[in-house]
Ligand binder design. Structure first.
Ligand code: TRP
Length: 439
């Protein structure tokens, strides 16, 4: 049981913490989901609402999760049990497990597409394809169910293998090098994308907000995307918080991770939309957007074979560092609460997710329901409960103590408290109820 774990690991330095949390945050959510959701929700106006949510809700929720974890020194269930004994708050953790299953299921399908694109790049099968042909190629991947299922299960198997043998440390070592490399490739892609003829329309789509496009639906999608992309609202960050030394700044960590995550998402948008418009492709074509748009850019670049291959390999790795954080939530629950052995817990969790993943691969409506229900409902609900817990339940002294445990005065503390007590709960509740059509 977690509560008598003898000594707890901690991250050795600030970069280690940020790399690990950013490894969870940065993934398909930034490069696949953000552009497609933005494309379906009006472009620039969505971007503005999204940025506002990251700042006023995302960062405070992340600080709240970190401080709960660091104070309790436990996983998400244990943490709530310890801080609020005999109360129902640990249900946040249970909800998190449910969300992890749903997210991991459709996430593995998308990661499976990514793997297939690694294969297509390797065999140079995308070269010379017309923009229309790229759409067909993507539709073929989705339509060939056996293929989709194969790649989905392969990805999930790799995730399970890593989680089972606990070599996250090794993975971390690599991601510290590989994620900056991903950033570099995106920057190179941007140069090619924005210099294509007709690119400026894409930049306008992304950066010229058309406020008439803001509807309650758009606002809910932006909130869901912010939670999804930052990996918040289900307790992953609580667990990371428990590994952070008292001498580290929680506010600084939350801010750095959120900034890095947002930067990658926005840059992915800058790479994708100019190209989409230049090749006359609809920005609102949904989940296939990246897979259809980017190969067109690779075809137009010197060294396109190399960059395309490297891009999809790195995207797969970014997806892996996120999927292990998702599977870890389930495995931690199975081992610590249901007392299963780690190996068995991992394969059971992966098995259940695999079945759900197969259903997602076969049925795109199930895929969509998993995607939207987890991001737009479960995560914001988790976030709502977390801020209520920190703002109203555990009392005013503990959060301050924990945030200032690094010995520096948190001048932002009053603002933080105001946000988590009033602004964030009201905003989440309103967006939520309105998006569901209840008010
Ligand atoms: N944030 C990751 C991404 O953008 C996905 C992810 C990993 C996640 N862990 C999570 C989402 C926990 C929500 C909750 O790809």
């Amino acid at each position: 049981m977690s509560s008598n774990t003898p000594s707890r690991d901690s991250f050795t330095n600030k970069f280690g913490i940020i790399a690990a949390a950013a490894g969870s945050a940065i993934g398909l959510g930034n490069i696949w989901r953000f552009p497609y959701v933005l494309g379906e929700n009006g472009g620039g106006a969505f971007l503005l609402v999204y940025l506002a949510f990251v700042l006023i809700i995302g960062v405070p929720v992340m600080i709240s999760e970190l401080l709960i974890g660091r104070r309790a020194q436990l996983n998400v269930f244990g943490a709530f049990r310890k801080l609020a004994p005999g109360q129902f708050w640990y249900l946040i953790g249970v909800m998190g497990v449910g969300a992890a299953f749903l997210i991991l299921a459709f996430y593995s399908v998308v990661a499976g597409w990514t793997l297939h694109y690694v294969y297509l790049s390797l065999t140079n099968s995308l070269a010379g394809n017309t923009p229309g042909g790229m759409i067909e190629t993507f539709e073929n991947v989705q339509a060939t169910k056996g293929l989709s299922v194969f790649w989905t299960l392969l990805f999930l198997g790799a995730t399970a293998y890593i989680v089972r043998s606990g070599i996250e440390k090794g993975i971390e070592k690599y991601t510290k090098v590989l994620m900056p490399l991903l950033l570099l490739i995106i920057l190179i892609l941007i140069v090619r994308s924005v210099t294509l003829e007709g690119a400026s329309e894409g930049l306008a789509f992304l950066f010229n907000p058309d406020f008439s496009k803001i509807t309650s639906d758009v606002v809910l999608e932006a909130l869901g995307q912010a939670f999804f992309s930052l990996s918040i609202g289900m307790g992953v960050i609580v667990t990371y918080g428990s590994y952070i030394k008292k001498s580290e700044s929680l506010g600084g960590t939350a801010l750095s991770v959120s900034l890095a995550d947002t930067l990658i998402a926005v840059l992915a948008g800058v790479a994708i939309f100019p190209a989409a418009f230049a090749f006359d492709m609809a920005p609102n074509q949904g989940p296939g957007l990246v897979f259809i748009t980017l190969p067109n850019i690779f075809n137009q670049m010197v060294g396109g074979y190399f960059f395309g291959l490297l891009f999809f390999v790195l995207l797969t790795i970014a997806a892996l560092t996120s999927s292990i954080s998702l599977l870890e939530v389930v495995v931690a629950y199975f081992t610590e609460e249901l007392k299963l052995k780690r190996k068995r817990a991992t394969w059971i969790a992966a098995g259940i997710t695999g079945i759900l993943g197969i259903v997602c691969a076969f049925n795109s409506s199930v895929f969509n329901v998993f995607d939207k229900f987890s991001s737009n409902i479960l995560l914001p609900l988790g976030g709502l409960l977390i801020v209520i817990f920190v703002g109203w339940v555990i009392g005013p002294t503990m959060p301050r103590e924990e945030i200032e445990a690094d010995g520096r005065k948190a001048h932002y503390y009053k603002g933080f408290l105001f946000i988590i007590k009033f602004v964030a709960p009201v905003a989440i509740a309103l967006v939520f109820l309105k998006g569901l059509g209840w008010i």
